[in-house]
Design a protein around this ligand. Structure first.
Ligand SMILES: Cc1cc2nc3c(=O)[nH]c(=O)nc-3n(C[C@H](O)[C@H](O)[C@H](O)COP(=O)(O)O)c2cc1C
Length: 206
C-alpha cells in the first residue's frame, strides 16, 4: 500500500512498484557517482542493467529515480547527514527498477573531496544483500514506514536511533552485524512489532 507522495515525481509518473524481486548475482557490483546533491554523473553497466535504464536516461537524473516507496524517509535523512559530515554510510537499501520490480543491496559510499578537503561528490558501491539480513531489515523499515504514516519522519528517525542505542551501535555497525548474522530477528524480538494487515488497512482508510 503506497502513498502517492512516496513516489518521486519522475518515478511516480513512469513506474509503479510491483512486488517482484530482481535477484542479484554474488559478484554483481552496482556503482554510481553523483555530485553533491545526488545527481548521477557516472554509473557502471551493472547499475544500468539491474535498474533497467539506458545510460542517457540515468546520467543527470537525481538518484531518487531508483527510490523504492517501501524505503523510510528517515533512512535517507540519516544517510545524507552521515555522508555530508564526511563519514561513510553502509546501508541496506531496497531499490526500484524501471519495470517496477525491486532489488536489495548493501551500499557503501566513498566521499570525494577536493584538495581543501571539501566534499565534491559521492560514489556508491552496491552488492547483493543476504536473505536473512533483508528479512530483518524489512521488519524495521515496515515499522519505520508505519511511524512515518502515523506520525512523521522525526518520530521514525527517533525510533531508529532508540533501536541503535539499545544495541549500542551506529547504523553502519548495525547493518554490518545484520549482514554477518550477529544481529538476528531473535535479537530484536519484542522490539519491533510489524503492523497487522488490519492496522495497515485501518491506516489506509483513515
Ligand atoms: C552516491 C549516492 C547514491 C545513492 N543511491 C541511492 C540508491 O541506490 N537508492 C535510493 O533510493 N537513493 C539513493 N540515494 C539517495 C537519493 O539521492 C535520495 O535522497 C533518496 O532516493 C530519497 O529520495 P527523496 O529525497 O526524493 O525522498 C543516493 C545518494 C547518493 C549521494
Amino acid at each position: 500500500m503506497y502513498s502517492e507522495k512516496d513516489f518521486p515525481r519522475t518515478t511516480r509518473e513512469k513506474h509503479k512498484a510491483v512486488n517482484k524481486e530482481i535477484k542479484l548475482n554474488e559478484d554483481d557490483v552496482l556503482i554510481t557517482k553523483t555530485d553533491k546533491s545526488g545527481r548521477i554523473e557516472e554509473c557502471n553497466d551493472n547499475f544500468l542493467k539491474i535498474s533497467q535504464y539506458t545510460r542517457d536516461e540515468a546520467i543527470g537524473e537525481p538518484h531518487n529515480i531508483v527510490r523504492h516507496p517501501d524505503m523510510p524517509k528517515a533512512i535517507f535523512y540519516y544517510m545524507w547527514k552521515t555522508i555530508n559530515s564526511g563519514r561513510n554510510f553502509t546501508g541496506l537499501v531496497k531499490n526500484l527498477a524501471k519495470d517496477g520490480k525491486y532489488y536489495w543491496v548493501v551500499t557503501d559510499f566513498d566521499i570525494q573531496k577536493d584538495e581543501m578537503g571539501k566534499s565534491t561528490g559521492f560514489i556508491a558501491y552496491r552488492s547483493k544483500a543476504k536473505h536473512q539480513a533483508i528479512k530483518l531489515i524489512e521488519l524495521i523499515y515496515a515499522e519505520m514506514k508505519e511511524i512515518e504514516w502515523r506520525e512523521d519522519m522525526e518520530a521514525s528517525y527517533n525510533f531508529l536511533l532508540e533501536l541503535l542505542t539499545e544495541q549500542g551501535v551506529t547504523y553502519n555497525e548495525f547493518i554490518e552485524k545484520v549482514v554477518k548474522g550477529e544481529i538476528t530477528t531473535e535479537t530484536l524480538q519484542g522490539k519491533i512489532t510489524p503492523p497487522t494487515p488490519l492496522q495497515r488497512i485501518g491506516k489506509f482508510l483513515s
